[in-house]
Design a protein around this ligand. Structure first.
Ligand code: PGA
Ligand code: ZN
Length: 428
């Protein structure tokens, strides 16, 4: 194996045109890896912290030169010389150097970019495809040599913080589930996406897209979004609730103020229990397979209630609730707060910790969905991570905008490369 020789970070741009951190790691054998840090808009309270410069003369205060400097002058010194294949040692070193619970001293954006770059360089050094290398370090390699491709959860209608003026709920996703390959699942999803485009144009909505590439029409209710999705699935020639389902991410923390949920599009307020009733009615009317963050990140009682009521019918997924954090997931497992967890490496800040959280979910037989952020880069790391960990599900936006399609395209290549060793994930 090879040691880390050089670590160098740069301030680059994400898909919203905001600065973020990229780090290149070079090993002694010449292998290179670049790690990119994405960024959330509806970031949860319990996430590791991205640090921004706050210098309003540059990028309206959003510059990341301090985080870049933390990589170049603090982290680089300590990780150069370490074995790249020992990711846990590298990550532990960075966590110790930071010394805070949420990586607020050196910045999650600095630390994660190094962690991902080291893993990529190590995969190159071992001459393994990234997904294979990640499966090896995660301990998820299947003895049969098979790898599982994920069901794509495509966010084709954007609202909330990703498309102000659209719906209160953040994401309306389609889930092509009953297809034999990833390629066919993507094709079906894309056909629905284009059918929705046509429907919106016919109704004189401007076909504008939000942060995750989904359409962002100004609708009069949240329910109208589900109706449009149902219509688009039918129009595309696919079967609603048989081969294509609907998933929601209301991202409820964003519309929770002073102990009350406020839906502006419905002109209504809800208590936690009333909102659960509201979701229950929807699950009876529409082919909803999954609801992520139906309630706010601190509403543990609400999560337990909705999970006990709806779990036989719908997956309940915690995103902001867990923030990819093992301790919060442990609480969720103990309290039966959800059936699954959303996994976003930058919520916790190192790849090793991300893998630990995934392993905890696996052991508890919980679903885990590998996810992008609304502010992404052209990097496709999460595509490899989904295959490596056999998540069976991936959430990476609409099949539109390069930072989203790069993940879908990477998965198409992986499936092609694997040939008969690729199997399609199922919704479990
Ligand atoms: P974010 O949204 O990246 O803006 O947090 C994604 C999500 O909530 O799933
Ligand atoms: Zn979410």
């Amino acid at each position: 194996m090879s040691r880390i020789k050089k670590v160098e970070a740069l301030e680059i741009l994400d898909s919203r045109g905001n600065p973020t951190v990229a780090t290149q790691v070079e090993l002694e054998d010449g292998s290179l890896g670049i790690g990119y840090t994405p960024s959330g808009a509806s970031a949860g309270e319990f996430e590791a912290l991205e640090i921004h410069d706050g210098d309003t003369k540059r990028y309206d205060g959003k510059g990341v030169l301090r985080a870049v400097e933390n990589v170049n002058s603090i982290l680089a010194k300590e990780v150069v010389g370490l074995e790249a294949d020992d990711l846990r040692v590298v990550d532990r070193k960075m966590i110790e150097l930071d010394g805070t619970a949420n990586k607020s001293k050196l910045g999650e954006n600095a630390i994660l970019s190094v962690s991902l770059a080291v893993a990529k360089a190590a995969a190159k050094s071992e001459r393994l495809p990234l997904y294979h290398y990640l499966a090896k370090i995660a301990g998820t390699l299947d003895e049969s040599g098979q790898f599982t491709l994920p069901i794509p959860m495509m966010n084709i209608l954007n609202g909330g913080k990703h498309a102000v003026g659209s719906t209160d709920f953040q994401e309306f996703m389609i889930v092509p589930m009953k297809f034999e390959s990833f390629k066919e699942s993507v094709r079906a999803g894309v056909e629905v996406f284009h059918a929705l485009h046509k429907i919106l144009e016919e109704r004189s909505y401007q076909p504008l897209v939000g942060d995750e590439g989904g359409f962002a029409p100004s609708l009069f209710s949240n329910e109208q979004a589900i109706e449009l999705l149902t219509m688009a699935i039918k129009e595309s020639g696919h079967r609603v609730g048989e081969d294509i389902f609907i998933a929601l991410d209301p991202a409820a923390s964003v519309f929770y103020y002073e102990d009350i949920y406020q839906l502006h599009r419905e002109n209504r307020t809800f208590t936690s229990l009333e909102l659960i009733d509201f979701y229950e009615v929807w699950t009876q009317k529409y082919p909803i397979i999954s609801i992520e963050d139906p309630l706010a990140e601190n509403d543990w009682d609400g999560f337990r209630e909705i999970t006990s009521r709806l779990r036989d019918k719908v997956s309940i997924i915690g995103d902001d609730l867990y923030a990819t954090n093992k301790d919060r997931l442990k609480k969720g497992i103990d309290q039966k707060s959800s059936t699954g967890i959303l996994i976003k490496p930058n919520q916790i800040g190192t790849l090793s910790e991300t893998l630990e959280t995934i392993m905890m979910a696996r052991e508890a037989k919980m679903q885990y969905i590998i996810s992008h952020r609304s502010g992404e880069t052209e990097d496709s790391f999460i595509a490899d991570l989904a295959v490596a960990t056999g998540s069976g599900k991936v959430k990476t936006g609409a099949p539109c905008r390069g930072e989203r399609t790069t993940k879908y395209n990477r998965l198409l290549w992986i499936e092609h490369e694997l040939g008969s060793k690729a199997k399609m994930g199922t919704w479990q």
